[in-house]
Structures are given as structure tokens and as C-alpha cells.
Design a protein. Structure first.
Length: 274
């Protein structure tokens, strides 16, 4: 007689499945053999698909962020050498200043700050910037720049909100540039950002318009999205509870791809927590 495995023991052995096993079908028939339970059959009520989907999403997010951490640590020392990056950062910062009524007393947080190209440009206009990134290498470069310039309104923190809780402090502005396409579940992160804002606080997210996948070379790891439709980003902000939601073009990046000149617009999406 075939044995019966519990839903708990099955989920511990198999990380995630894309569909429930049909009643009466054995595990090895549908998903491969187990040496310890070759004839194990799931009960009629298998592990809920929603739980397995959440586990799968968490695993994917962790894998993507590990890829991003390794990549950005490796290129941190050369990050500021690119005129394209500095030009884009300046344009995004200027777009934030045009879209958001920034105040000199505001406490702000930049998520995915890299070497702080956007945050340093905004720093003279706010009271404080907490620069956060999952890459210690990027933050080390930023800390060196801040120390050399004698800046005292800036702090750095290693932070990955896809796997760690947010800081206890609440902020008047959270901003991010070109980080969202590295995040598998952007809508969930936007909800976290909302919880981190003071009432009346603002969120400003800059990223690529939806593109054909040619912005990054094909061997670049850690890319979860080839840009975004602006209406999709707006809908995520509104669904979370943000008001005064707008999008605008902040910058356009020009790249040569196989001898062809390609342009990639960068949008800025903003919204206010009421």
C-alpha cells in the first residue's frame, strides 16, 4: 500500500510547486521521485497554493538581491566614472525638486542609493538623508565621499527591505532612482515605503519606461523587470493609498546597441501619503 505524507512533511521536502498535485497521484508521478518515500501520495488537501507561491516569491527575491549585492559590490569603485550615470542622477534629482515641495527640515531616505549621486544633489535642500543600499561596497564609496566633503547631514545603512524590517524612524520623503527594476515585487515594496512615511510625506520613484530588454546587456544578473508602464506604477501608488500621484519624464538615456542608437526614457513617479 502506498504511504501517505502530510502536507507539512511534503512542503518541507519540496520547496515550491507550480500547481497542486491531483488527488490520487503520487509525488514521483507528478514531481519526481524521493528516495525515502517513493510511493508517497498527497492527501486530498495538499499544501495551499497561496503559501507555496509566497515561499517561491520570497526565494526568487532573495536570489535576485544576492545577485545584485555581488554585482554592485564588484563595480562600486568604478561607479562614479560613468558620465551617463552622473547625468541621469542629476536629472532625476532636479526632477524630484520640481515635483515635490521639499522643505529644508525634512528627514529623507534614499533606497538603493548606490554611491549617493542623487542623494548628494538633494542634500542641500533637506535636513538629513539616510542613504541605504544592499551593497556595502557602494555605501563604502559614498561614506568616503561624504567624509572627504565634510558632510554632516548624511548617514548610511545597509538595508534590503525585501528581507529585513524597515527602520523605526519615519520620513518626510523617500526617493529611489533606477532600483525598482531590481525588485521582484515592487507593489509590496511600495506598501512598505508608505508605512515608513510621516503623514503628508512623499514618495518619488525614478525608473525605466517599459523597454525591450536591451537596456542591460543580456549577461547582467539581478534584473527583475525591463522597465515599467507608467500607468502600472501609478496604479500601485494609488492602490496603496497615495494621493496626488503623477508621472513625468525625468531623463532620457541614449545607448548604442549593435550600431543602433537607442533611447530609454526614465520616468519619475510621485505620490503623497495623506
Amino acid at each position: 500500500m502506498p504511504g501517505v505524507c502530510s502536507a507539512q512533511s511534503y512542503s518541507e521536502k519540496r520547496f515550491a510547486i507550480s500547481a497542486p498535485i491531483a488527488p490520487g497521484r503520487s509525488v514521483h508521478q507528478d514531481y519526481g521521485d524521493y528516495e525515502d518515500e517513493p510511493d508517497c501520495v498527497l492527501p486530498v488537501q495538499p499544501v495551499p497554493f497561496k503559501i507555496l507561491f509566497i515561499e517561491m516569491a520570497i526565494h526568487m527575491s532573495s536570489q535576485v538581491q544576492n545577485e545584485n549585492r555581488s554585482r554592485f559590490d564588484a563595480i562600486a569603485a568604478q561607479w562614479d566614472d560613468s558620465p551617463m550615470r552622473s547625468g541621469m542622477a542629476n536629472a532625476v534629482a532636479d526632477s524630484i525638486l520640481a515635483a515635490v515641495p521639499v522643505r529644508p527640515q525634512w528627514r529623507t531616505l534614499e533606497y538603493g542609493c548606490g554611491t549617493g549621486l542623487v542623494g548628494l544633489r538633494l542634500l542641500p535642500h533637506v535636513g538629513h538623508v539616510l542613504e541605504t543600499d544592499l551593497s556595502p561596497g557602494m555605501l563604502a564609496v559614498l561614506s568616503e565621499k561624504a567624509a572627504a566633503a565634510g558632510l554632516d547631514k548624511i548617514d548610511t545603512q545597509v538595508l534590503d527591505l525585501t528581507s529585513s524590517p524597515p527602520p523605526a524612524e519615519r520620513f518626510d520623503l523617500i526617493f529611489s532612482s533606477m532600483a525598482m527594476h531590481h525588485i521582484p515585487d515592487v507593489a509590496a515594496l511600495i506598501r512598505t515605503f508608505y508605512s515608513m512615511l510621516n503623514p503628508g510625506g512623499w514618495l518619488a520613484l525614478a525608473d525605466l519606461d517599459a523597454e525591450d530588454g536591451s537596456f542591460h546587456p543580456p549577461d547582467v544578473p539581478g534584473v527583475a523587470h525591463h522597465g515599467f508602464e507608467r500607468k502600472t506604477m501609478e496604479s500601485w501608488l494609488r492602490a496603496t493609498g497615495f494621493s496626488s500621484v503623477t508621472t513625468r519624464t525625468a531623463h532620457t538615456v541614449a545607448k548604442d546597441r549593435d550600431g543602433k542608437a537607442c533611447e530609454y526614457p526614465i520616468f519619475l513617479a510621485t505620490g503623497q501619503r495623506i
